[in-house]
Design a protein around this ligand. Structure first.
Ligand code: F6P
Length: 261
């Protein structure tokens, strides 16, 4: 009875101790003591890196699942949680649009994605926003100005919370200073993006990946992440999933630009 829940029922979280050899020894001893003979770890870069180190030190069977709302893992089209976060963003921005339109305002809405713009870019397309400011590509503030001035009396810009973009607050201050005629507002969506009941897409994705992880362990696969690309299950070695970047789709960026004219 957990498929409809967000979060983790095991309460697993980042663990400083696990970053030390002594901490990993405690983990190994616990697994042996409890008779746990394989691990399926679910998370992003940090989780897979920890799993890779642990598996090499202890020759322990581990399979990984890509779980992050940021969708920034190589080797899979989407990660578990991403679609739910995207839909939360869509609902929130739809609501904010009512104020933007009614009062003819320019909204900067900050979404998560410390190192990745997938949520901001796809969120912008899904909500008909004017622009997405993402860490992968520097976007001219002029784009905002043109979109707002030429054809619109309200505008919405999605900003990834990354230090590279500087965040929505910083951007809004710059734009407000440069264009005092605009009625600028900022909304930071924050952790509402990381909770709630998963979408059907995420439930099916997680179920397929979980089932594939068991198959992989039974086939004696180790140190691989389960990915789904073009609807096919793939085994991606931890090294590849961690080291390779997942690029932003330029075609999506062009689509957003065209639609915002
Ligand atoms: O790494 C996933 C992520 O959702 C980032 O997009 C975001 O910057 C971060 O987690 C927030 O983490 P915390 O809850 O620790 O502030």
């Amino acid at each position: 009875n957990i498929i409809q829940l967000g979060g983790t029922i095991l309460k697993t979280a980042r663990c400083q101790e696990f970053k030390t050899p002594e901490g990993r020894k405690v983990a190994y001893d616990t697994l042996v003591k409890e008779g746990i003979d394989a691990l399926v770890v679910i998370g992003g870069d940090g989780t897979l890196t920890g799993a890779r180190i642990f598996a090499t030190e202890y020759n322990y069977p581990i399979v990984g699942l890509p779980g992050t709302i940021d969708n920034d893992l190589y080797g899979t089209d989407t990660t578990i949680g991403y679609d739910t976060a995207l839909n939360t963003i869509m609902d929130a921005v739809d609501k904010i649009r009512d104020t933007a339109t009614s009062h003819e305002r320019l909204f900067f809405i900050e979404v998560m994605g410390r190192d990745a713009g997938f949520l901001a870019l796809n969120g912008a397309i899904a909500t008909g926003a004017e622009a997405a400011i993402i860490p992968e590509i520097s976007t001219e503030v002029d784009l905002i100005k043109n979109g707002f001035r030429k054809s619109k009396n309200s505008s919405i810009v999605l900003v990834a919370e990354s230090p590279i973009t500087g965040g929505a607050m910083h951007l809004a201050e710059r734009v407000q200073k440069e264009y005092p005629q605009y009625d600028v507002r900022v909304t930071i969506l924050g952790h509402i993006q990381r909770g709630g009941s998963p979408t059907a897409h995420d439930r099916i994705l997680a179920s397929r990946m979980g089932s594939a992880a068991i198959d992989a362990l039974l086939e004696d696969q180790r140190n691989v992440m389960i990915g789904i690309r073009n609807n096919e299950i793939e085994y991606i070695p931890f090294n590849k999933a961690i080291k390779n970047d997942k690029p932003i789709d330029r075609e999506l960026l062009n689509t957003l630009r065209k639609l915002s004219i």
